[in-house]
Design a protein around this ligand. Structure first.
Ligand code: PLP
Length: 219
């Protein structure tokens, strides 16, 4: 697992957190990284996460990085560490409701649509500000908006990826100064994957989500 160690060193130097994206890989592969000290793992599908979580060490911090349907919120709320993909008010309200029922506060990131290509999920700037200005928002005591997340276009065009990452960084800065000026909790900029994490770090990422570089290509 030299790759993990090299990557961890590189990220520590840059003060960037690593989420190891373990989707499609089984418990054994996850344990290999766990034994090397990795504790943050990311899954994009709820069903898959629910199969792995109970058979793996309890101190793993599970990140849900994919789209979350409101009817599945109740399954992840008891243990999830960070939900990266909040893309609607409805979802945020449901997370709050389910978290309140079990006495947890769930850190969440607002997912933005930054890819210039068609992508299904993510908020626009207008949608995000509407959500934060909603008079009901301050009443949500069981979610904590911890920052933003986005995915760049899958492309070899570095300039395009950089533009998209810059847009997300700008959103992050604007939300911070407008809505969370005194909050220490609003601090994560989740951007960068195996192919573009160097660019993401140069553009201000605080948390990268890396799968294939660590686990090998997926089927
Ligand atoms: C799969 C996935 C990643 C990791 O992708 P790699 O290219 O394997 O590093 C990161 N973020 C999200 C949301 C993903 O679904």
């Amino acid at each position: 697992m030299e790759k993990l160690l090299t990557l961890q060193e590189e990220l520590t130097e840059a003060k960037v957190k690593l989420v190891a994206v373990s989707k499609t890989h089984g418990p054994e592969a996850i344990l290999r990284l766990y034994r090397e000290g990795q504790r943050d793992f990311g899954e994009n599908r709820v069903q898959e996460l629910l199969e792995k979580q109970p058979v793996l060490p309890a101190d793993i911090r599970w990140h849900l990085i994919g789209h979350l349907q409101t009817n599945k919120v109740k399954y992840v709320v008891p243990f999830v560490h960070l939900i990266h993909a909040v893309d609607s008010p409805k979802l945020l309200f449901e997370i709050d409701r389910r978290a309140e029922a079990i006495g947890r506060v769930i850190p969440c990131l607002l997912q933005f649509k930054i890819a210039e290509e068609e992508s299904k999920f993510g908020l626009s700037w207008e949608e995000a500000t509407q959500l934060l200005e909603d008079p009901r928002f301050p009443e949500l005591k069981h979610v904590l908006i911890a920052g933003v997340m986005g995915m760049g276009t899958l492309t070899d065009d570095e300039a395009q990826t950089r533009r998209e990452f810059r847009t997300l960084k700008r959103y992050f800065d604007q939300l911070k100064s407008t809505f969370f000026p005194d909050s220490d909790s609003f601090r994560e900029l989740s951007m960068g994957m195996s192919d573009d994490y160097h660019l993401a770090i140069e553009e201000g990422s605080t948390m990268v989500r890396i799968g294939s570089l660590l686990f090998g290509e997926r089927e």
